[in-house]
Write a protein that binds this ligand. Structure first.
Ligand SMILES: Cc1ncc(COP(=O)(O)O)c(C=O)c1O
Length: 507
């Protein structure tokens, strides 16, 4: 056998390639930062098939230079990327541009800690993750044990995940084990016993899919809503009707469309009165934001009594993807879904024991720790309050236009609204024509590529146009820190111009 003689200095990080690597990483950082600072959402828009043909290529036969790959990235991929940090991007969640979180993300990449195991793989990272989880628990109102009583991962009361979908899925596993302890071992015998209750048309798909992923099938009971929140009397009726076969009720601290917060106390009282054994889960992917501020926290009153709460820092904390968490009121409840392997998860603080579906896990929580460490309580409060103020201002602007109509009360950062064509009488609205106008406006907006608002189907739950019909509005989200007053007025002017074109038949 040939002796091993050389290290490949061009492709591995070594003392010799250190400076060159720093230079390359600096170039990469500059590219990424300039991308985030570009004012456009997209530099180039092409049909999916063209993107496919441009980007899918064969594996190169010979080695190439990283510089060349960087050039290819900058020229052919980056222009097609969506820049959520553009002030014209008013469409969804966060822009991921908290500087502390970006620094944490880079360091997590370079330190290569693996949160599956504490003593060997992440001796310090595990305790940073625990710290971040304790900070989140405190914000939600869950009690933390004193540090000296933290002896295993089952005392922590939370898990860092890749996002809301994973957190909700784990919550459904917890609900399943709570309903029928030992199902992890015995398997599911009678799926009909594991139903969940969700608000009709408003529940996020993740809990429904989770039931299928964990072997329970479609066991979903949809309950009517009023003003985008559970109708508590309808909830009471459903609990009576399906008595004994409900494993969980899922409430929303901010639904995916209007971000309306359920009456969490009311839901809790109805559920606990009906059946104390039902697992109460709150999806606070968006609602976490309210916990940052004394002025907004009241919206979440009651959440501290829920058995589990999903939070999604990558939606509301300016943290780059991906990072979610599941918090549980009783830390020991995580034992019900734990796994053990002497090979890698044999130590008391190994998070791998309580993260079903996840083996190796990066140090995602460093981004969160950096963000919270550097913003502090007052910085978090300011972030939440300024966003809500922006949303309220946008709502005011919508309300001031005769041809625009707002579909809900602003609870957090979402404002959902529609253009009403000039020939429509809102007292006897032609819903089809209103929907068509908004569909056309949104299509044109996407094709122009300058502004971005979200567009989806929504029941008219407040009866603004006609109670119960499905509307296809646009939605503004006030989570982008770069949005200023002039962006809000400009996007509305743009929509009104497109609306006028629709009225004239030229859109
Ligand atoms: C209410 C709610 N729950 C869960 C999710 C899923 O979160 P993620 O995309 O982080 O998995 C979303 C995503 O928009 C959401 O709005």
């Amino acid at each position: 056998m040939q002796p091993v003689t050389t290290t490949d200095h061009t492709r591995s990080l070594t003392a010799e390639s250190r400076n060159e690597t720093v230079e390359l990483l600096t170039k990469a950082l500059q590219l990424g930062i300039d991308f985030k600072l570009q004012s456009d959402v997209f530099l180039e828009r092409i049909p999916s098939v063209q993107a496919r043909d441009r980007l899918i290529s064969a594996l190169p036969v010979h080695p190439g230079k990283v510089e060349d790959a960087l050039v290819e990235f900058a020229e052919s991929m980056l222009p097609l990327c969506k820049n959520e940090a553009s002030p014209q991007f008013l469409g969804f969640g966060d822009t991921g541009d908290d500087v502390g979180a970006l620094v944490g993300g880079v360091l997590a990449l370079l330190t290569q800690q693996n949160l599956i195991n504490q003593s060997f793989d992440s001796p310090s990272a595990t305790f940073v993750e625990i710290t971040a989880l304790r900070w989140l628990r405190e914000l939600i109102g869950f009690a933390n044990p004193p540090v000296e009583d933290l002896t295993t991962v089952f005392d922590v009361g939370g898990i860092i995940t890749h996002g809301g979908t994973m957190s909700n899925s784990l919550a459904m596993m917890l609900a399943r084990e709570h309903k029928m302890p030992g199902t992890m071992e015995t398997g599911v015998h009678d799926p009909g016993q594991f139903s969940i209750v969700v608000p009709r048309d408003l529940g996020h798909y993740s809990v429904k899919s989770a039931l299928k992923w964990i072997g329970l099938g479609h066991q979903v009971i949809e309950v009517d809503t009023d003003g985008f929140r559970y109708d508590l009397r309808a909830l009471e009726r459903a609990l009576r009707e399906h008595e004994g076969r409900i494993m969980s009720v899922v409430a929303y601290a901010g639904d995916s469309r209007t971000q309306t917060v359920d009456d969490l106390r009311g839901v809790r009282d109805v559920v606990r009165t009906a059946d104390e054994r039902i697992w109460l889960h709150a999806d606070a992917c968006w609602g976490l934001m309210c916990s940052f501020s004394d002025r907004l926290r009241g919206k979440l009153a009651g959440i501290e009594d829920y058995d589990s709460v999903t939070v999604d820092p990558h939606k509301v904390m300016a943290i780059p993807h991906s990072l979610g968490a599941l918090l549980v009121r009783d830390p020991a409840s995580l034992k019900a879904i734990s796994s053990h392997s002497g090979l890698i998860m044999g130590d008391d603080f190994d998070f791998g024991q309580v993260t079903p579906f996840i083996g190796t896990k990066a140090w995602l929580s460093l981004k969160l720790w950096m963000m919270m460490r550097t913003r502090g309580r007052s910085g978090l409060a300011e972030l939440a309050e300024s966003r809500v103020e922006k949303a309220l201002r946008f709502a005011e602007l919508v309300d001031s236009h005769e041809r625009l109509i707002r579909l809900h009360k602003v609870d957090m950062t979402a404002v959902t609204f529609m253009y009403v064509p000039a020939d429509v009488d809102v007292a006897a609205p032609d819903i089809e024509r209103i929907n068509e106008a908004n569909l056309r406006i949104h299509e044109r907006m996407l094709a122009d590529g300058r502004w971005h608002l979200h567009h989806f189907g929504l029941p008219d739950d407040d009866g603004i146009l006609k109670y119960g019909v499905t509307l296809y509005p646009m939605r503004f989200m006030a989570v982008n820190p770069h949005i200023e007053e002039h962006h809000m007025t400009a996007v509305l002017d743009y929509i009104l111009r497109l609306g006028a074109a629709f009225d004239e038949g030229s859109l």
